[in-house]
Each structure stands twice: as structure tokens, then as C-alpha cells.
Write a protein that binds this ligand. Sequence first.
Ligand code: HBI
Ligand code: FE
Length: 306
Amino acid sequence: ARHGGYTQLAEPSKQVRKIPRSIHDISNGDHILGFGAELAEDHPGYHDEEYKKRRSYIGDLAKLHKIGEPIPCLEYTDEEIKIWGDILEKLTQLYPTHACKRYLDTFQLFNFVPDRLPQLQELSEVLMMRTGWQIRPVAGLLHPTDFLNALAFRTFHSTQYIRHGSNPMYTPEPDVCHEILGHIPLLADPEFANVAQVIGMASLGASKEEIWHLTKLYWYTVEFGTVKERDGVKAFGAGLLSSFGELEHMLSGEDGYMPIFEDLDPFKKLPKMNYKDGFQKKYFLCESFSDVASKLTAYARSLQRF
Ligand code: HBI
Ligand code: FE
């Protein structure tokens, strides 16, 4: 049975997670999954001891960060800056034709240049002024419950390390380029910011099954969402906006077949997510950010926790 807003009756065998009341109730270090702990054998940096040392240095700094304190500035190496610059130059070729209008507008606010990797602290300050969002550094993939819960408090957990240089156009996990080019610009858009926050609010006190469904809703909107514009389908999802190959695939299907576009219904069962092997087969196509936000709000209300 679903529990009410303030009391949770624990089933004897189940551990109860306390519903966070503020961002201070959410840890950025207790539940790190996947590569945040250790790189897997098929990770491009697996055999690179230097890289792994750098990752743990940056990850440890993130774990020490306290909400309200400035995010430590990292001195990125020339090699790291080159990876960023190459990605930025490549992606900006596609943005005018592939990115949604709101992204093109918010992207302008940040004045990204190839020879300098932006610091999370300065990006967080821009967001705070525009929409009241803040960035919190994190060592790697955070448990979905913590990650989604934080969105309710307008907090976006961002990695600060960069992907391995052996394959600059690919990363199996979020890295600072994915966060900065994919997620951060649109969090400066008030309507998009609401979309992300609604998913977060729905996740407060959610069951395991609900968290799984919300993870999919997040995936098909914030990560791979597309929107109808006068001159065609455009990308707003961060997984699209931070991947040259996937952006091309979305519109041309040149790698073999055209992807399918479908309307989003948050109440329906959503398709399996494609984490690793290639691009998405299906994208959800939205009318506008305010339309997605109201659909998601209707779903959130149906969970009857508000
Ligand atoms: N953690 N650092 C980080 N970045 C993400 O994008 C992220 C995450 N944890 C979970 C997650 N995304 C998704 O699988 C959804 O649960 C939201
Ligand atoms: Fe992401």
C-alpha cells in the first residue's frame, strides 16, 4: 500500500528511506554506483593508471563538498582542455540545425570557448540567478533515488571529471562535457527547469517501482527528449545534445534506419532504455516544455503524495 505524506509505515523486512525535506538530507557520497567506485574492464580508461588516479582525486573532492560552499575550481590539464575543445567545436556545428530554440538561447548565456573548460562554480552561479538551480559536484553515477530527489530541490548533481581521451566522442557514463553541454544550459530556462523539478518532486517518497518509471521518464525527456518546432524536430535531451553521432542519427537515421518518434504519455509503460549498445530506437516528441511539464504534473499528482 502507498504511504501518506508524512508518516511511513515500514514493512518489517524493508528498509525505509527517509523522505528528504531539503537538499541537506541527500548525500552526494553515500550511494555512488558503477564507475564512480571503480572503472569496469570495458571502460576506455581501465588500463590507464594516471587516468584512474585523476578520477579518484576529482571524485574525492566532490565527496568533501558541502552545500552552500563554492565548488572547488579544478586546474584542468592541456590534454583535458583539448578534449573539451574538440567536443565543443564538433557539436556547435550541429546545434543550429539540431538543437531546440530554447537551448540555442540559453547556450548563449555561457560564452563557452574551446580553450577553456568552464568551472562548475561559475555555471552554478548563472543558474542560480536565472532559475534558482544549483550544481552540486558528485564522484560518479548517483543512486537514482538520490539523484531524482535532489531535482525536487532544484539541485543538479554534476560530475567534474572528463572522459578518457582515447575516444573523445564517446563516454559510457556522464562526464563534465555531457553535463556542461547537455544539461546545464537548459536548466537556465524557467520552463525546462520546471520539467526537471516535477520529476524530482514525484520521486520524493516514491516506491522502487515508481523510481524505475521516473528514471524512464527522466531518460525519455531530460536525456533524450525532442520537441516539435516550426522547421522540424529538434533535440532538447542532454544525451542528444552532448553526442554528435546521436544528434545526426536522430534526424537522418544514416546509420541504417530512421528512429521512431512518439508522443509521451507518462501513464503508459515506457520502452526499455538503451544504455550501451548504440543509439535510441525511439524518441518521444513533445509539443513544448510547458506541455511536458503539465503531463508530468498530472502523473505526479496521481501518485497521491501531494
Ligand atoms: N548520477 N551523476 C549522475 N548523473 C546522472 O545523470 C544520473 C545519476 N544517477 C541516476 C541517473 N542519472 C538516472 O539513471 C536516473 O535515475 C535519473
Ligand atoms: Fe545526463
